[in-house]
Design a protein around this ligand. Sequence first.
Ligand code: BGC
Length: 454
Amino acid sequence: MPEFPRGFRWGAATAAFQIEGATTADGRGPSIWDTFTAEPGRVIDGSNALVAADSYRRHHDDVDLLAELGATDYRFSISWPRVQPGGSGPANVAGLDHYERVVDALAEAGIAPLATLYHWDLPQPLEDAGGWLVRDTAERYAEYVGLVLDRLGDRVGRWITLNEPAMTTLEGYALGTQAPGRTLMLGALPTVHHQLLGHGLAVAAIRAASGTAEVGITNNHTLVVPASDDPGDLVAAGAFDVVYNRIFVDPLLTGAYPDLSAFGLESFPGLESGDLGVIAAPLDFYGVNSYNPTYVAAPAEGSEFALAGLPFEPAAPPAGTPVTGFDWPVVPEAFAELLVGLRRDYGDALPPIVITENGASYADEVVPGGNGGRSVHDHERIAYLDGHVRAVADAIGRGVDVRGYFVWSLVDNFEWAQGYTQRFGLVHVDFETGERTRKDSFDWYRRVIAEQRG
Ligand code: BGC
């Protein structure tokens, strides 16, 4: 493994709804994901997150695992419906107590917290009032962020405002494959603007509460690869890049939305004067989640994409490309290209990057062996992670300022609409008993971190 810069951060990531369980404990209110998972047919295996990895109760186990890993940092998320069960009003003290316990346990273990303030669990009452389609949700969000900062601002030094607004817009409101399950297609676009506005207002709230806090956002990025050199495919790839990557990053780093004329739009839905200044507030770091490149072609005549008015459709990766359990293509070089491309496209406007998620799901099996009598030989995950960590080193060597890398995920967890069918953890979780078993990838990552930290 190449040597990383001194001070590089090595961590693992999780999200509240995916690991905590205890969905009614200590006054937590319902979120859109509680509603979504209760609707038949929404989650592939019919499961829910009532228990998940049981981390609300077992957070000490998770911190022990991080300490054993030698992680410098832990990225976890704070659940809005634990802090404000109805999405507005005063803080629920018992909900905040939980995160104080997590943060204190991390401090005792010498692990720095990187707290995500929103990882998709919108309080249900706010969805009932219009969710991210309405501007008021941005204001409500900033108010919630202020409450969290009042309580934890003295001991959490780094904050991520939103996790992957792209997935909320595209899967949650456009396609309906994730909560809240709306199928609005281009009608989902106001959710882009209201999330980014919420982000900007949250940055201001964090800065007002703490003079030293570092703030960033996490976007999901994919390297968009045209299926061929055909001009139609090139145009299609450009349009996909706009809707997946650029509408979520351009306003943050350049203060403007990209041209949406390929989608028949002249201005961005929801945009009001002064908003872009709020959205483009300076950031201390830029969080990148990335898993795989996306291959894109011009839509075939009469295809469902063409009929829906979309100027692109997905294409297959080159024959022989390995895939993960999700069928996502494994192409580490594409990860390096993505990072180099961000630097090329945004130049000095791009803050230092932190890779806030990267990882792979495979059908892991527990077999007898190892120290605790149980092992998981996840060689494919090790190959994936090894390739992608090397790709980060490659990008750094090519001039990209990357300051940290977080594996998704510390533990197997509730994989949204895929329920428990996809395992991403460095640690296997038995969802019947909550028992944790370190996978071989855990040992691999522990060795990488030890070597890099000297
Ligand atoms: C999300 C995680 C999710 C992971 C794997 C990211 O889009 O932030 O919550 O589990 O990808 O699908």
